[in-house]
Design a binder for this molecule. Sequence first.
Ligand SMILES: NC(=O)c1ccc[n+]([C@@H]2O[C@H](COP(=O)([O-])OP(=O)(O)OC[C@H]3O[C@@H](n4cnc5c(N)ncnc54)[C@H](O)[C@@H]3O)[C@@H](O)[C@H]2O)c1
Ligand SMILES: Nc1nc(=O)c(N)c(NC[C@H](O)[C@H](O)[C@H](O)COP(=O)(O)O)[nH]1
Length: 232
Amino acid sequence: MDRPFVFINSAMSADGKLSTKERKQVRISGKLDFERVDELRAQVDAIMVGIGTVLSDDPSLTVKSPERRAVRKAAGKNENPVRIIVDSSARTPLDADIFKKGEGLRIIAISTSAPAEKIEKLEEKALVIKAGTEKVDLPELVRRLKEMDINTIMVEGGATLNWGMLSAGLVDEIYTFIGNLIIGGATSPTFTDGEGFSEAELLGLELFSAETIEEGVLLKWKVKGKTNQIVS
Ligand SMILES: NC(=O)c1ccc[n+]([C@@H]2O[C@H](COP(=O)([O-])OP(=O)(O)OC[C@H]3O[C@@H](n4cnc5c(N)ncnc54)[C@H](O)[C@@H]3O)[C@@H](O)[C@H]2O)c1
Ligand SMILES: Nc1nc(=O)c(N)c(NC[C@H](O)[C@H](O)[C@H](O)COP(=O)(O)O)[nH]1
């Protein structure tokens, strides 16, 4: 494959929302699910998020467990996977937690429309990859990541980046933890926002695991490709 293996991991409410209508993060997962995500972070070459997630949550995207960091070190890797922000206009704050916490490479993926002055500042803190004109060209980005020997990527949202990756056909598997709460709201981010597929080009999935974790359920899906399921 000329691109890395890519999976999305998200936590959503029972009604499919990632956060509130104010885009405020809520605790959907319990302790065990956060542990599972930490283990995934420890296993992958890179974690990818959208700038919307950085602006609302300011995540550090580090591996939290000292034992898992030690295992990575012992294998000759950095303590943390490469942390990638998809950020067309280079809006990543220079004091974002992703820069402050943990060792390891950070990548900011931007488009050619990003302002030169901000790019220069980001280049002091991260590797800046330019791909695309108005928004980041995701197929080109993942191809270039593969050339850097990044072979596995966990996409940790949010709603718009999930759409971008899924609609470009760049996702192999999806892991959704569904928690025991309703968030509601027509404008609250859902697992996949963006334009949405029209009825003749829906994305088909194959369920390969369903597991109860604490008060919720973890579903694992393989992405099968376009499917036409119009009910006439
Ligand atoms: N529950 C969870 O697991 C989880 C995980 C992550 C984020 N979230 C929530 O999701 C929300 C953020 O989602 P969002 O949709 O606002 O932002 P996002 O994180 O999906 O980032 C979207 C941005 O990515 C950039 N982008 C660049 N090129 C793109 C392309 N080709 N396709 C798509 N996007 C591209 C654009 O600037 C776009 O605005 C927050 O409220 C956050 O709390 C929840
Ligand atoms: N698995 C999971 N369960 C949740 O209930 C929840 N709200 C998130 N949300 C994901 C979100 O993107 C967070 O911002 C990062 O998980 C924070 O990452 P850090 O701890 O800062 O490294 N993720």
